[in-house]
Write a protein of this length. Sequence first.
Length: 234
Amino acid sequence: MAIDRSLAMPPPPGHPPPPQDTSRAPEDPGNFVYVAYQVRSVAFDKEFQELYSALFQPLGITLTDFRKIVRCSDEEVVTLEKEHCYAMQGKTPIDKLSLLVSGRIRVTADGEFLHYIFPLQFLDSPEWDSLRPTEEGIFQVTLTAETDCRYVAWRRKKLYLLFAKHRFISRLFSILVGSDIADKLYALNDRVSLGKGFRYDIRLPNFYHVSLPGTPKRHSADQLQNNSRQTLTL
């Protein structure tokens, strides 16, 4: 069997090497790893995927930005068992912002029922809104899991660092927290009964006038989404 020496011996001096056949060259393994990482970087656990679809995607938040938000929560969904407390009146420090993913939270003050917190609502939006970044505070209400609950929590300091780096995310949370407080106010408005011992949420003393008769009707969800998109694009 003859051997093609042109494949085994180097070319003579002064002659360029023969062209190489690159049609079957293997792919760069480093590039494959990079692409795989990019795909994984926008993949989330089921609960985060549902959270994105229900709350963040309708507001036009990209998966890349949502990934930053998820990482700030340490990519963890916390479990709160039935009848366990998320916060105790006069004892628990206000050191995070949490969003309920599943279950139902009961809010009470001095043992008296105030209202419920449902999925996709913040547990502590009034507390978050009442404090400046450098201030500290204590819960004035008790938050108890009425069912087994799951929630996402962001530590205050860590979340403010994220806001400092990404103003877009800061505006997003400002909108979400403001909307959540409005939801709580309108929930209280459904229970208002002036002169009959009605007790409003003591976390919201500055907004009590919203619960008075004659309060304008709340905006629809579509209006909220449209207004949020306009604000976020400013």
